[in-house]
Design a protein around this ligand. Sequence first.
Ligand code: COA
Length: 161
Amino acid sequence: MPDKPLQEQDFEPALSLGPLTLAYLDEMVEIENLSFASPWSKEAYRKELTENDLAIYVGIFYGSHLIGYAGMWKVLDEGHISNIAIHPNFRGRHFGELLLEYLKQQAILNRIERMTLEVRRSNISAQRLYKRFGFTFAGVRPHYYNDNNEDAFIYWLEIEK
Ligand SMILES: CC(C)(COP(=O)(O)OP(=O)(O)OC[C@H]1O[C@@H](n2cnc3c(N)ncnc32)[C@H](O)[C@@H]1OP(=O)(O)O)[C@@H](O)C(=O)NCCC(=O)NCCS
């Protein structure tokens, strides 16, 4: 028997996955700004979380802090991934993969049969993650990104039942 009862501070903050709520909007925007050349605005994300009935957003949390998020729009039986980002201090630990797995579970719950996304041609680490996860390359949208005219690569994932 331990000689004193366990205190909350004796525990490491736990990693968890869950739906993303407005309470995390500020942390979400901070990660967004650290992650993208043309970040979405706070207002855009507020609308995503409160007004867009087609949007499914999930987060990955370390203790009470958001460390990454992903979003998807349900279009008929397709899930169009709008964004995925992990805080720079937490990258390279496969948290992106955990987040994608959780998003896929939400897709299954929402009767989504396939998921798709666009990624910059130059974003090699994201592409490696998607391929490792089972996404397959399906084509190019030339000059898709306005900020630097970069091509988008399109990926799809069939969800197995
Ligand atoms: C893409 C992203 C979500 C991946 O998340 P992640 O948790 O770092 O993913 P993983 O750990 O599973 O894999 C990332 C790859 O980067 C490598 N890596 C290692 N340390 C890293 C670091 N400090 N920062 C970035 N990547 C790192 C990993 O080894 C892995 O490479 P590998 O495929 O050769 O093994 C994350 O890099 C990110 O938020 N990027 C900026 C936003 C973005 O580009 N989103 C995708 C838009 S389509």
